[in-house]
Design a protein around this ligand. Sequence first.
Ligand code: PLP
Length: 486
Amino acid sequence: MDTDEFRKFGKIAIDYLANYLDTIRQRTVLPDVEPGYLQKCLPESAPQTGEHWSEIFAELEKFVVPGLTHWHSPSFHAYIPTANSFAGIVGELMMAGIGGITTTWDSNPASVELELKMMDWLVKMLNLPEHFLNTSDGMGGGCIQNSASESTLLALQTAKRRLMDLSKEDTLGQKLVAYTSDQSNSSVEKAALLASIVIRLLPTDTNGCLRGEVLKKSINEDKEKGFVPCCVIATFGTTGICSFDNVEELAEICRSESIWLHIDAAYAGTALVCPEYRYLMRGIDKVDSFNFNPHKWMRVNSDCSALWFKDTTYVEKLTSCEKVGSNPDDIPNIHLWQIPNCRRFRALKLWFVLRIQGVEGLRAHVRKQVGLANYFVELVKSDERFEVCTSNLGVITFRLKGPDGPTKLLLDKIREGRKIFVMPYCHLNKFMIRFVVCSSFTEKPDIDNSWRHIEDLANNIEYSKEEYINPVLRTASMKDEIRRRN
Ligand SMILES: *Cc1c(COP(=O)(O)O)cnc(C)c1O
């Protein structure tokens, strides 16, 4: 293929995407395919000789698209928002085309410097502590990671490394323990497994918040058993119900016990762009590391996860080795603040999005989606058969009043219909339907449609009948139940 052919190929691709997004509202959000469907459609091996790109588009449409879950459909209300914006798409394209990869400053000066600058822009936009600025006098700073999961793993490993320095003895033989809440993301537990650290999933209060006294009690018990507390991973906006741990209380304990405090704000961190949500983040000046995903709510296409350290000394100690290159004196060593050797030029797409949106544009986006969620809450409340269980920053849980059976049946019917995509959640021993305003294409009429669909299905449920409560479901644990339905 030459550059002329590339021009045609690329233009067709952009047209394809514009058409896809233009028609996304008309597509059924969940696919109607069986496991293994695509395995049967595609050839066993790669073609011996190259094919024309037009053939790829034809097969994309025929085989791949029918098996897609349309994540950016306005009827997608599952998981958590994942960004898709025109600026983000073009940014991805540009970074693929010119980005190369980056290690030290020498390998790609513009890439390193744009990333340092973008991370500082984010600090200022979210009103994060100044010690996170790459231009601050101290050892603080931040860079872009692949994911919140990797950020948590890196924070945990760094906490471990710091403990080695503090205790001045070999920590390898010690029984290290970390703490998080029972509402935290599964990636936190996974990070602890990868880091070979025992993790306690501490109980939260009725609001899903981890409180200081619970942490303190667990630390004391562990110390008596000979464990060495190493790290606390608090969540700012849990994936389930978007609850907030009490960072101020946790930070106080972490300070007095010399424990690393990491904040996972993967989704809700973006809300800090709005001054009215900053009260939720009291205590942030005392945390050791902070992470959020611009690729969730901040309109930057995946992947783009921002991680800051109050003091980068320990992460550099963790990752420095002889073969790793070095930077000019006045350039922070962001290549040492990550797990991979090389980085993609993600700062480029972040720059595109921040410039196209502006701070006000991002505020408007957060406020619009929270507004739509609040509108959905009003709709649920207007039907007396239903109750709203939680509603925080665009994440809602609701159920039919009374026993769980009818809500389970309703969820099954919604999933069978494939017209809207919602998920189950269990909190305080109640089975709920979890509804999130995810797509940036969602408008008020879409919320009306989703709600009307739910109400219609609820009309056909004889929801007062106790006998629905399936004996199999009744004996299954909540966790199995959630797994089965995911
Ligand atoms: C989505 C989410 C994660 C996982 O994010 P990745 O970037 O996919 O690893 C972690 N924590 C919370 C609170 C989340 O909402």
